[in-house]
Design a protein around this ligand. Structure first.
Ligand SMILES: O=c1[nH]c(=O)n([C@H]2C[C@H](O)[C@@H](COP(=O)(O)O)O2)cc1CO
Ligand SMILES: [Zn+2]
Length: 182
């Protein structure tokens, strides 16, 4: 019985070393990987309506900053308002929430982000566009452009066009990427 098991194990090892001679197929390619990081990061957001993730990547394909939309440090998620509308604008989320892009910049782990690209799950607003420009980001890759008819996004595109920053809708290689902790 023991001898048989040993033989099976040896055989499996042999099969493994045979297949290991060639590069694995179906691996996660860079663009899908970076956008998946942005999508996963968005899952940290407490915003009940729109969760946004951002991932800054340098020209060597190293991630140098990630962020999601959330309340400023020290402002409790349980105390701050999360609604979109209220009789007083001060009782909505808008004056308080930090955008995902802003958080990605302040979380950066490199001296600067010049020449980097940013993967975002939602097209940046004009305020984030200004940050992107001033920081020296060269390329924006986005998933959703659901606010395309809003002035914030129209202004952002105008700023990107003027400054030569490219913005491209993300086209994934694969439709789905499952994270399974089992
Ligand atoms: O550039 C952005 N980055 C970003 O993180 N956000 C966040 C702020 C809010 O929490 C949320 C937008 O909420 P809503 O879709 O309900 O208006 O997305 C919104 C924008 C605007 O496009
Ligand atoms: Zn923004």
């Amino acid at each position: 019985m023991f001898a048989l098991q040993a033989a099976v194990i040896n055989f499996q090892l042999w099969v493994r070393s045979e297949t290991a001679c060639q590069k694995r197929e179906g691996y996660l390619e860079w663009p899908d990987y970076f956008m998946a990081v942005a999508v996963l990061t968005a899952q940290r957001s407490k915003d009940p309506n729109t969760q946004v993730g951002a991932c800054i990547v340098n020209p060597e394909n190293k991630i140098v900053g990630i962020g999601y939309n959330g309340m400023p440090i020290g402002c409790s998620d349980d105390v701050m308002p999360w609604g979109k509308t209220a009789s007083n604008e001060l009782d909505t989320k808008y004056p308080y929430v930090c955008h995902a892009e802003l958080n990605a910049f302040v979380n950066k782990n490199s001296a600067d982000v010049k020449g980097c690209r940013i993967y975002v799950t939602l097209f940046p607003c004009n305020e984030c566009a200004k940050l992107i420009i001033q920081a020296g980001i060269k390329e924006v890759i986005f998933v959703s452009d659901k606010n395309h008819d809003k002035s914030e996004v129209k202004a952002a595109k105008r700023l990107f066009d003027l400054t030569g920053i490219t913005y491209t809708r993300f086209t994934p290689k694969r439709r789905q990427l499952v994270v399974d902790f089992d």
